[in-house]
Design a protein around this ligand. Structure first.
Ligand code: CA
Length: 227
């Protein structure tokens, strides 16, 4: 699960990034509104924690831009003011929840988890299936032809990404940022190795092959022609 935190206060930003990382999330931190706006509009996040009071592009503008472009990513906004108008404004603009500063980290974490669960319940199925491959998202398990496949947590994350975006060629840079929290310049050999391992488990003993290499572009999971 990948989160974006937009927070200009250095201490709060560091604290949120550290806490959320320790809770198992991949976290991008934007320290100003401009970066936050850019990442929110171009990145792929499961949830955004958005401070409202930012010195340049404020949280309202970021939220409005997201919803105007039909991005449905859950947004938890942070407000220093406890005024009713502020809260109403945020919710009217399409925020999913809010917290008034100062807040306890445990409360933020609970809200984040609730929003992520709600999103999953509403929008996504519990299981994804391609041919005889079944990915059980709730139990973090994968089966092929009725046989349980043992995957590490990274392998499962990689398989989940490929299955969710079935038929779409995923460049290594996208896989790196979604599964490993690495940026484009990182060593993408890690991805090739992980794909090889995943293939050995998911495809080697089965037919049809599902994970395909698209030369010079990346990887795609689908039933179809060998890449
Ligand atoms: Ca602020």
């Amino acid at each position: 699960m990948k989160l974006l935190v937009v927070e200009d206060e250095t201490k709060t930003g560091d604290y949120l990034r550290q806490g959320l990382s320790e809770a198992g999330f991949v976290v991008d931190l934007a320290r100003n509104g401009l970066d936050g706006h850019h990442l929110a509009m171009t990145g792929e996040y499961d949830l955004i924690v958005l401070d409202v009071m930012l010195p340049d592009v404020d949280g309202w503008r970021i939220l409005r831009a997201l919803r105007d472009s039909a991005r449905t990513v859950p947004v938890l906004f942070l407000t220093a003011r406890s005024s009713v108008e502020d809260r109403v404004k945020g919710l009217e603009l399409g925020a999913d929840d809010y917290l008034v500063k100062p807040f306890a980290f445990t409360e933020l974490l609970a809200r984040v988890r609730t929003l992520l669960r709600r999103g999953r319940d509403a929008a996504a199925p519990e299981q994804l299936q391609v041919a005889d491959l079944v990915v059980d998202l709730a139990r973090h398990r994968a089966m092929r032809a009725g046989q349980r496949i043992n995957l590490s947590s990274k392998e499962f994350a990689l398989l989940e990404l490929l299955v969710r975006r079935r038929g779409e060629v995923l460049p290594r840079s996208v896989i790196a940022s979604q599964v490993w929290d690495m940026n484009f310049d990182s060593d993408t050999n890690v991805i090739d190795v992980a794909i090889r391992r995943l293939r050995a488990k998911v495809d080697d003993a089965f037919s049809p092959k599902l994970i395909h290499t698209v030369r010079g572009m990346g990887y795609v999971l689908d039933v179809g022609d060998e890449g």
